[in-house]
Design a protein around this ligand. Structure first.
Ligand SMILES: Cc1ncc(COP(=O)(O)O)c(C=O)c1O
Length: 103
């Protein structure tokens, strides 16, 4: 148990070892402080931050996410409940279809 969500997220994120060419997939509407951490780590390590496009309803496109999966994807970091909009991307269905994502 840690003191807040930010601390818990930081501990998880900074435990991932990233290097040049590694890809971080995230949402266009990702929580801002998470996105800043992605950019800082990308600048330091040479990893790339790639926001998954939204669909026609303004929600993360599960289809686009599926298309973006590949060997260099080291991290998929998408906030499940966005405090800005209270939307919940249908990620579980996407991950399970591929049999590789853990939600
Ligand atoms: C997605 C997300 N991450 C982190 C936070 C920050 O949470 P905490 O104040 O517990 O660090 C919030 C707060 O609303 C949030 O919505």
């Amino acid at each position: 148990m840690v003191e807040n969500a930010t601390r818990a997220w930081d501990m998880a994120f900074y435990s991932v070892s990233l290097g040049p060419g590694d890809r971080i997939l995230t949402a266009m509407a990702e929580y801002a402080s998470n996105y800043i951490a992605f950019l800082q780590v990308a600048r330091k390590t040479g990893a790339r931050v790639e926001p998954v496009p939204n669909d026609e309803y303004g929600q993360l496109s599960v289809e686009a996410l599926r298309e973006m999966l590949g060997e260099r994807v080291k991290l998929i970091a998408i906030t499940h409940i966005l405090v800005q909009s209270y939307t919940t991307p249908a990620l579980r269905a996407s991950g399970n279809r591929r049999g590789r994502a853990r939600t």
